[in-house]
Structure formats: structure tokens, C-alpha cells
Write a protein that binds this ligand. Structure first.
Ligand code: ZN
Ligand code: ZN
Ligand code: ZN
Length: 546
């Protein structure tokens, strides 16, 4: 009897051990991670339009997720390509190499677009330039690369966006696919870097002509227009014009006709987000994302808020409507994830690649400080020539940085420090300029934090300029006469939303200070995978847990 019992006990204990052992053999991970990066989403949009949001979009994120209220971008300039790269690498331009949307390469003497790659060709379009793209300029691994490496390439990774760079850079070096919008056809396309032909599900999606259906009734406000009390009057003088519209005023009934001749017009409307989430859903279905035990990753950029923001400015009814409709689209998308991947089986995070300034005209209207600055190298080259007797010492001024011609200075035996200091003194006397700084000496210059470290983090010696210009708060470049732009260190550009929700995330919020570089290592910690190669951030431990 005793013997029998002990055998039974032993058997129970063994099976217990086995059960425990088999459980610990499987790393606990979500089935799918979804990155939602809303282009140009200022942090305050979560609350500015709060009362007009439904319960299942932004408010579901805020109620069920963990919201970090004090996350900043820890480098300048705050542009799209860098934002996406930093979110997915946990690194900064000095290390990951993406120093702007465009830059001038000091080692080759050539202008470079962030994802330009002329060794690869378009797939899915006859338009060659659209597909001469790859992640080859990116020096660090992404969180999506690390998931692929951690699973011996079994995890599936897909990136989608209306913008090439916002699909390519998040998806990393060796994804299942990266797809972006071709303005000339209205189709989603890719390049031979990834594949020789579009997958069937992308062709099928393109054949549905989703964009055409979305714009067919034009664009009117979601709610009666008199309810948009959070925004300026519809016909404000600082708003740009959409397509063939003569005034910046709802309803935009020419949209369907405009789209027929120029597919890219959809990008400036809320329907660009709807279209992007439609292909995101098609990707989940087509690639069976989240369908098996191996974690997959879907990187989605919602680019229309950026296009609309640049055109109309943050205080327009147009931008508010983009967010109200995005809120409804997100609710539907989360519902789709619940149904197709399973509630609590996926982790989603929502953030932004940068924010955006108020329009200059709006600031003037309300007696807030603002102004315009020019970035013209001709005028400065004349002054430098007078002083040093050499013409064209400045190659380029872009990204608020001045690129000097190193070779020209060497050939003419000029002291580079002297030339730069001469120019810095001129710049510092300009009424638009707060500081002009020699990039190489930024770390030891008397500039307050966090500007100093943001310059250092953003300075890539091969791809950045030699002098960084910091303009006064809320001053915009003259090319942003209407609408707005971004790129500065200031809060309106650098303060971004960050909310995690779903598998492995507890509900809550925090006002503790974090950086954009903390997003990728938080995902690494959640998934128990290696940090990306250039990571400089830390996991946000307070958000992780059940
Ligand atoms: Zn952007
Ligand atoms: Zn308007
Ligand atoms: Zn932008």
C-alpha cells in the first residue's frame, strides 16, 4: 500500500516537474507586437481632443494601457527618418547613422536621402525612384532585427507606411517585407532589396483600390463643424490649400477628382490613415502574423497627421478631424486585433516620431513669440569670401546645420576653427538665433541641458553639418509660411506620446522622465530578447507586468 502510494506520488511529482519544465521551456511572449507611430503627434493631442474621442481608440489605450506622460526625443534635429530609427533602435544619430531625412555625406561629397539605394530596383511600380530604397544607410540593428535574430529568423516582421522611410527603417535589415505608397499609382510597393515580386496579398490589396473608395465622397468633418471648439476658425489665413481647393474650408468636395489625377492627395486627409490600417490588416491576414507560437512584429506608421499638420497647422479643424477619425480607425483596428490575434495575445505601443510647432500666423494672432528664419548660404558665403578670400566655403545649410567645405579650407590652408568661429559670431548676432555652436565642441560649450546633449547625440561626424543653429522658440523656417514644421529641440517638437497596451503591460500612467531611446529596450525586456546593437536606452520597468 505504502509502496503503491509512493509510486503514485512519485508519478504525480514527476508529471508536475514535467509540466513545470515544459512551461519554463517556452519563453512567455505575446503572439504579436504592433508598433503604431503617429507621424507628428504632439503629446498634448491625447488630451486636447480628449472629450471628442470615443471609448475604444485613444481612450482604450489610456484606460487599459500604461501611458508615459513625460517622454522626450533626446537628439536634434527632430525629423521623421531619425524618429522612426531611434524608436526602433533605441539609439541616436551619432551611432545609428540616420542623421536626417536627407543629409550631405562628408566622405563621398554627395547628397543622400535616408533610404536611398540605387543598387536596388522598384517592385510593383514602373516608377523607378519610388523603389530605389533600402535600409543600407542604417548602421544599427532594430528591435525588429533582434526579434528575427532571437527566433532564428522564424518571427515574421512587416513594415507599412505611406512613406518609404517610415516603413523601411522600422522593419530593419531583414524583414519579411516593407511596403510603402506609390504616389503615381496609389499602390503599395517595395524594392528588390526585399523581394523580386510583390506577395499575392499585396497585389490583391492593390487591386481592391481601397484609396479610391475612401475619397469618393470627398472630405467633410466627422462631427458638425460648430463642435470643433478646440480649433481655430476653418478659414484661417495660415492654413495651406488641399489639391484644387480655393480656400482651406470644409467640405473638400473636389477630393475624388483630385485623387484621380494625383493619388498622393489622399495623404493629406484622414483617409491616408484608414488606408494604412487597411493594409496593416491585410498584412496580418496575408502573412499570418500572430497566428502561431512565434512572436511576430507589425510596424505601422500613420503618416497623414504629418502631411495634414504641415499643410494646415496644429490648430486647424482639418488636423483635429484627422485625429478624431484616426481615433475611430484605431478603435476598429484594436477590435480587429482582438478578433484575429486574440484579446491579451498582442502588445501594442503608440508613439510619435516628433511633434510640431504652432503655425506662425496662429502665434501672431495670439501674441505668442514667433518669427521666421532663412537658411540661405549665399549671403554667408559672401561674408566668408570678404574675410578669407575664398568663395563657397559653405557647401550647404540644411537640418538647421551648416556644412563647411573641409577640402576647400584645407586646400587654401585656412584654419577651420577660425572660419567656423567667424561664422558663429555672425550667426549669433542674428535676431532669429538663440545659439550657434561648433558641433565638435558642443559637449564643452556653455549651452544649457538638455540642448547640449541633444546636439551631441544628433551629431554624426560623417553625415551632419559643422555648425548647429538653435533658433528662438517657435521660430519657423520661411518655407513654412503656411501650416507648420518640426525639427527643433523644443517641447512642441520633442515631447511625444508613449503608451503600451496589452500582453505583459499593466494599466497605469507615469510622469517620470523617459527618452525616445527607452522604447526599444522596453520591448526587448518584454520579449526577453537582446537589445538592439546601438541601444543607449533603458527599459521602462514600471510599465511591464500584469
Ligand atoms: Zn514625421
Ligand atoms: Zn480650414
Ligand atoms: Zn513632417
Amino acid at each position: 500500500m505504502f509502496k503503491k502510494l509512493s509510486i503514485v506520488l512519485l508519478a504525480v511529482m514527476c508529471s508536475g516537474f514535467n509540466a513545470q519544465k515544459s512551461k519554463s521551456n517556452q519563453v512567455d511572449r505575446p503572439k504579436l507586437v504592433v508598433g503604431l507611430v503617429v507621424d507628428q503627434m504632439r503629446w498634448d493631442y491625447l488630451y486636447r481632443y480628449y472629450e471628442k474621442y470615443g471609448n475604444d481608440g485613444f481612450k482604450r489605450l489610456l484606460n487599459q494601457g500604461y501611458s508615459l506622460n513625460n517622454v522626450h526625443i533626446n537628439y536634434i534635429p527632430t525629423y521623421t527618418a531619425i524618429g522612426h530609427t531611434t524608436i526602433y533602435t533605441g539609439s541616436v544619430p551619432a551611432i545609428h547613422g540616420i542623421a536626417g531625412n536627407d543629409w550631405f555625406d562628408k566622405t563621398t561629397g554627395k547628397n543622400m536621402y535616408c533610404t536611398e539605394d540605387n543598387t536596388v530596383k522598384s517592385v510593383g511600380t514602373m516608377n523607378e525612384k519610388v523603389g530605389n530604397q533600402s535600409p543600407r544607410n542604417l548602421w544599427s540593428t532594430t528591435i525588429t532585427d533582434e526579434l528575427r535574430l532571437a527566433t532564428n529568423m522564424q518571427a515574421k516582421v512587416v513594415g507599412v507606411s505611406l512613406k518609404d522611410r517610415a516603413s523601411i527603417l522600422p522593419a530593419g535589415h531583414n524583414p519579411t517585407g516593407a511596403f510603402w505608397f506609390d504616389d503615381s499609382t496609389g499602390n503599395f510597393v517595395t524594392s528588390t532589396y526585399y523581394m523580386e515580386a510583390l506577395p499575392k496579398w499585396v497585389n490583391d490589396f492593390n487591386n481592391l483600390k481601397v484609396g479610391e473608395g475612401l475619397v469618393k465622397n470627398g472630405w467633410n468633418t466627422l462631427l458638425p463643424i460648430n463642435q470643433y471648439i478646440e480649433s481655430s476658425p476653418d478659414n484661417s489665413p495660415w492654413e495651406g490649400l488641399l489639391g484644387s481647393a480655393k480656400t482651406p474650408v470644409f467640405p473638400y468636395s473636389n477630393l475624388a477628382a483630385d485623387y484621380k489625377s494625383k493619388k498622393g492627395e489622399i495623404k493629406y486627409t484622414p483617409f491616408g490613415n484608414t488606408l494604412t490600417l487597411a493594409i496593416a490588416k491585410a498584412a496580418i491576414k496575408g502573412e499570418q502574423l500572430g497566428a502561431d507560437a512565434i512572436t511576430d512584429f507589425l510596424a505601422v506608421n500613420l503618416a497623414s497627421p504629418d502631411y495634414a499638420g504641415h499643410k494646415f497647422g496644429p490648430n486647424s479643424i482639418e488636423v483635429q478631424d484627422v485625429y478624431l477619425r484616426l481615433d475611430r480607425d484605431l478603435a476598429e483596428f484594436f477590435n480587429y486585433l482582438d478578433q484575429n490575434v486574440g484579446k491579451d495575445q498582442y502588445t501594442v505601443f503608440l508613439s510619435a516620431d516628433h511633434g510640431g510647432a504652432h503655425a506662425k500666423g496662429f502665434m501672431d494672432e495670439h501674441k505668442m513669440p514667433t518669427g521666421f528664419y532663412g537658411e540661405d548660404n549665399k549671403e554667408f558665403n559672401v561674408m566668408l569670401k570678404d574675410q578669407f578670400k575664398v568663395d563657397k566655403l559653405i557647401t550647404k545649410i540644411t537640418n538647421n546645420q551648416v556644412y563647411m567645405d573641409d577640402k576647400l579650407m584645407t586646400d587654401n590652408k585656412l584654419n577651420a576653427d577660425e572660419v567656423k568661429q567667424f561664422l558663429i559670431d555672425i550667426l549669433n548676432k542674428d535676431k532669429s538665433v538663440l545659439f550657434a555652436v561648433d558641433m565638435k565642441k558642443a559637449g564643452s560649450s556653455s549651452i544649457p541641458e538638455p540642448i547640449r546633449s541633444r546636439i551631441v547625440n544628433g551629431y554624426n561626424w560623417q553625415r551632419s553639418g559643422d555648425i548647429q543653429v538653435i533658433y528662438h522658440d517657435s521660430w519657423l523656417p520661411t518655407y513654412s509660411k503656411l501650416g507648420t514644421t518640426h525639427g527643433s529641440w523644443n517641447s512642441y517638437d520633442s515631447h511625444i506620446p508613449l503608451i503600451f497596451m496589452g500582453w505583459g503591460i499593466k494599466p497605469g500612467e507615469s510622469n517620470k522622465e523617459y527618452s525616445m531611446t527607452d522604447i526599444a529596450p522596453t520591448l526587448s525586456a518584454l520579449l526577453h530578447i537582446q537589445f538592439p546593437s546601438g541601444n543607449v536606452g533603458n527599459p521602462i520597468v514600471e510599465a511591464i507586468g500584469k
